[in-house]
Design a protein around this ligand. Structure first.
Ligand SMILES: [Zn+2]
Length: 198
């Protein structure tokens, strides 16, 4: 027997979420159907509210309720150093490192020639614009340590160095092929302390 049509539709939509396979989508769908009306309302409401209130910071492109975000508008932070990350989730991971007092820039992905993701598909233009207008003396590249992240780091270093800004890359300790988002605070902290000039 096939799944009833309304459930089928729910499974199809949930299946599109990252990391959710067909089995998991089915499990989640049947779980939601068992939830009380109040729980379903809270779930839908939290999604709607987050969707409506979160915006991209016009300086660093972090997701925030405010523009500029609380990091960019914090005058105590070191505005001469920026850390480049691929995603807002990576920013959250790096921001747990208390010793890092600088600002950020969210690229919105990484270069990937195989997937036809080129410089125009991520925020390289916006990064260059910011480097030219703000007085930034060091850029720390914290893209992932997989091949896309490495290609991106090398590409960015070339461009940024031409602007006369010091470029460093997170140092040892991060697993090769890893995602910054999943690295723990101590590892990122060591990698920042051990960053190397590119
Ligand atoms: Zn910001």
């Amino acid at each position: 027997m096939n799944r009833p049509q309304p459930v089928e539709r729910m499974v199809e939509i949930i299946k599109k979420l990252p990391g959710v396979g067909p089995k998991m989508a089915e499990r989640l769908s049947y779980h939601i159907l068992k939830m009380s009306q109040g729980e379903v309302d809270r779930l839908l409401d939290s999604i709607q509210k987050a969707r409506q209130t979160m915006k991209s910071c016009s300086v660093c492109y972090n997701l925030s309720e405010y523009d500029p975000c609380t990091l960019c508008s914090d005058s105590i932070r070191d505005h001469s150093t920026i850390c480049i990350v691929e995603t807002p989730q990576d920013l959250i991971a790096v921001s747990k490192v208390k010793e890092y007092k600088g600002l950020y820039f969210v690229l919105g992905g990484a270069l990937s020639p195989l997937d036809a993701v080129g410089p125009d598909d991520i925020r390289i233009d916006k990064l260059i614009k910011r480097l030219k207008s703000d007085s930034i003396t060091e850029v720390i590249i914290a893209t992932d340590t997989d091949s896309k992240g490495e290609i991106t780091a090398v590409y960015l270093a070339e461009i940024i160095k031409k602007l006369g800004v010091k470029v460093t890359r997170l140092g040892y300790g991060l697993p090769v092929g890893g995602d910054i988002e999943y690295a723990d605070e101590v590892t990122i902290s060591r990698a920042i302390a051990g960053r190397k000039e590119m």
